[in-house]
Design a protein around this ligand. Structure first.
Ligand SMILES: Nc1ncnc2c1ncn2[C@@H]1O[C@H](COP(=O)(O)OP(=O)(O)OP(=O)(O)O)[C@@H](O)[C@H]1O
Ligand SMILES: [Mg+2]
Length: 463
């Protein structure tokens, strides 16, 4: 139940309002002087105050200031009489939600009151959503102990403080580019604004153009109504252009233009629209190479490259593997309500040696899969996927390229499952190689039904 305080020296108004508002289901208190009202705000958990501007002791404006000092969240609605309208305007500037002129109908008051409470509720929800994002995407969520990660964190902090410059994040797939982009946004002064993202490689040119810039009604056949593009939606916040290396040259020219002018036009529009969105870009290409090969505009590259973060592949910062593994185990313990304690030494050795072509995402997925499927108390090497075990197992190197081998079982025995799965993996990879990736042809070569092949590929994590 919302609780309301009426501060008014006219007993009749106070008591009749109290009755009306109690009927609406509010918890109502009345104070007859400013001093009494301030005491009541301090003592009770008040959501909203109806405050008369003219009070016998303290001026209503002063009371408003006091209340806002005590708790800026409390909604204050001023009640004004004849000749106090200028004060009402002043009150709004100080932070009153609204004002009503006396005399008023109780209906007017209850409507304003409900609107005010609803607005405050929404504000609180949005606020907590943002706090949550700030927690989820804060710099403390970027895990690692390598000097590379320390430098990256330092860069993220610095770049977050510089408000509007464009940022370029480069790194292989799965190295954490999106994570870093969000950390910059949620640590910057723009964190209250939107974080809008678009993957430039997944969208054909014409669609990308209308997504980014929006369009005017009638700009093309399907443009039934005017639509704001992402560039506008990101105003006051950040626009994250993912996979910018895949963007077509003509689109690159448009982006460069927006970066220089801070203005653009909707498709089919004449009006220049201002944008103040901060643009963060990411790519897994080596843009410098792309520039040399004339795939990426040099001028755009220089423009983007001013603030540049490079995320090295995981295999070049192996110190991060252990902390990342513990972090993900902790994360999935919470999500899946598991109690995995850690990773055994020999499994860790394998994790440390593996090349991680899919980088941090591959490590995260690996741990997630083990925790869901095997749910061990401690992750052992036998739980690891074949490519992690296989890359360094002598078997994968000794398998001949063109014939099957007969295996000798050594005195200490063999691990049947590992050996047979390695052979299966090897055969499937060979077949896929030979058929340039065609699963149908590979299945034929192996004399397998194609569903069986698909099943095996999933099981053996062959992509
Ligand atoms: N340093 C890190 N600490 C914690 N989690 C990380 C770290 N780096 C990456 N991750 C996690 O790994 C996954 C992949 O990261 P992200 O999506 O940011 O990569 P990306 O570089 O954008 O990949 P892609 O190029 O494929 O889009 C995410 O789940 C992310 O949270
Ligand atoms: Mg990404």
């Amino acid at each position: 139940m919302n609780s309301i305080l009426i501060i008014d020296d006219q007993k009749l108004i106070g008591s009749s309002l109290k009755v009306a508002l109690e009927k609406e289901g509010f918890d109502v208190r009345v104070a007859e002087t400013g001093a009494e009202g301030i005491v009541a705000v301090g003592k009770n958990n008040i959501d909203l105050v109806l405050l008369d501007i003219r009070l016998p002791d303290i001026n209503g404006i002063e009371v408003l200031k006091k209340i806002k000092e005590m708790d800026p969240e409390i909604i204050v609605i001023m009640m004004t009489g004849y000749g106090t309208i200028e004060n009402a305007v002043l009150a709004m500037k100080i932070g009153a939600f609204d004002y009503v002129n006396k005399p008023f109908k109780t209906k007017t008051i209850t409507t304003i009151l409900k609107l005010a409470l609803e607005t405050q509720k929404l504000k609180k929800e949005v606020g907590s959503f943002r706090d949550k994002n700030r927690m989820i995407y804060g710099t403390d969520k970027i895990i690692g102990e390598s000097s590379a990660i320390h430098e990256i964190l330092e860069m993220v902090r610095k770049i977050s403080q510089i408000d509007s410059s464009t940022v370029l994040i480069q790194g292989e797939s799965g190295t954490g580019k999106e994570l870093v982009a969000k950390a910059i946004h949620y640590n910057s002064a723009r964190s209250n604004g939107p974080f809008v993202e678009i993957n430039c490689s997944a969208i054909p040119y014409t669609l990308l153009e209308s997504e980014l810039f929006g369009y005017e009604q009638g700009a093309f056949t399907d443009a039934k109504r005017t639509k704001r593009g992402l560039m506008e939606q990101a105003n006051g916040g950040t626009l994250f252009l993912d996979e910018i290396g895949d963007m077509e040259l003509s689109m690159q020219a448009k982006i460069l233009n927006v970066l220089q002018e801070k203005k653009f036009r909707r498709l089919g529009g004449v009006k220049l629209i201002d944008t103040d969105a901060r643009i963060i870009t990411a790519t897994n290409h080596n843009l410098r190479d792309d520039v040399n090969r004339k795939k990426f505009r040099q001028d755009l590259f220089y423009r983007l490259n001013v603030l540049h973060i490079y995320l090295p592949p995981l295999r070049d910062r192996r110190e991060d593997i252990v902390p990342l593994s513990s972090h993900f185990i902790h994360e999935f313990n919470l999500t899946f309500k598991k109690t995995v304690r850690g990773v055994s030494q020999d499994a860790l050795d394998l994790l440390m040696k593996y090349s991680w072509p899919g980088n941090v995402r591959e490590l995260r997925n690996t741990i997630e899969r083990i925790m869901i499927i095997d749910n061990p108390e401690v992750i052992q090497s036998r739980h690891l996927p074949l490519e992690v075990i296989g890359e360094y197992s002598p078997l994968s190197k000794t398998l001949p390229k063109d014939s099957l081998v007969a295996f000798n079982i050594a005195d200490q025995g063999v691990d049947f499952k590992t050996v047979t799965e390695s052979v299966q993996t090897w055969l499937i990879r060979e077949a896929l190689d030979k058929t340039k990736g065609s699963k149908i042809k590979a299945a034929k070569l192996l004399n397998l039904d194609r569903f069986a092949l698909r099943y095996l590929m999933n099981k053996l994590h062959i992509t």
